[in-house]
Write a protein of this length. Structure first.
Length: 287
């Protein structure tokens, strides 16, 4: 059932040699029910995407053409100060359906040498999380803490549309081989200078839980004192089908403390693993 957006525009020209016929060829005509004729109108081929927003339109159509998708997700997070590092890694399989809209993520987190399972459902605007302790917690997916826990690669289409509409110059479009890449990037800048950008706000949301923990431990730095050391977000599409192939988001912050910097970084990569055919439902007993 996969929809392929290669337009079937193989219109074979009538190149038969008309020996003995007039060199002027009349346009083809269609015959009506009353025997009348009228010129036959050829259907025009849909215009090919040109702008970033054109490609986002096609990506949205391509992903909506299937009932669901499966993605493989890998992520890493690190906090470094004076050469000492605290790291965590994450991997999961995500299944996402369109109608009804739902997400199921099943994976694990490794932190301080210990692995714990993590399972997440997003159904009807509510997120349900089980972090390996046997009990479930839930809350609105709009809650920042909940929003940070779930990855939704298809939602990246809407996010990039927002980036384009907010400031098209921030989004670069490149075509290479069979891929199309849309990307936003930022080099080292004071956070106060770029914090209003939509793609930077996403990084701030991811940083906040860690910054709050540091502040509770005695780090006095506020957001206005931070430096965004790097940021790069990339949405990769198949050049022929326009479906989302991958989405990557990585960034880093410098947090001043005691005349030095604590560095915080995150790198999440999501890869399309194909169509998902099934229904996402909460396990029995979860409400």
């Amino acid at each position: 059932m996969r929809v392929n957006y290669r337009f079937a525009a193989l219109v074979v020209p009538l190149a038969l040699s008309m020996v003995g016929c007039s060199s002027e060829v009349e346009p083809a005509k269609s015959v009506g029910a009353d025997g009348s004729t009228s010129p036959e109108v050829k259907k025009s081929e849909p215009a090919k995407p040109v702008t970033a927003e054109d490609f986002l339109d096609r990506a949205e159509e391509a992903m909506a053409a299937e009932g669901g998708w499966t993605f493989a997700v890998k992520g890493a997070e690190n906090l470094v100060f004076q050469g000492r590092a605290s790291t965590a890694s994450y991997q999961a399989t995500i299944r996402r359906t369109q109608d009804p809209a739902a997400v199921h993520s099943s994976g694990s987190v490794v932190s301080k040498g210990k692995r714990k399972s993590e399972e997440i459902f997003v159904i009807d605007g509510t997120e349900y999380v089980n972090e390996g302790r046997g009990s479930w917690k839930h809350g609105p997916v709009s809650d920042p803490d909940m929003k940070n826990k779930v990855e939704d690669p298809v939602a990246a289409i809407a996010e990039f549309r927002k980036y384009v509409q907010e400031s098209g110059d921030d989004v670069t479009l490149t075509k290479e081989g069979g891929k199309v890449r849309l990307q936003v990037r930022s080099g080292s800048q004071k956070l106060s200078e770029v914090r209003d950008r939509a793609f930077v706000q996403k990084a701030i949301r991811e940083l906040k839980p860690t910054l709050e923990q540091l502040q509770n431990a005695g780090v006095s730095a506020t957001e206005d004192q931070l430096t965004l050391s790097r940021l790069e977000e990339t949405l990769t599409l198949d050049r022929e089908t326009y479906r989302v192939e991958s989405h990557r988001f990585r960034f880093g912050f410098l947090i001043p403390y005691g005349g030095q910097d604590i560095t915080f970084g995150q790198d999440v990569n999501e890869e399309n693993r194909g169509v998902f055919v099934g229904v996402i439902e909460l396990p029995a007993g979860v409400n």
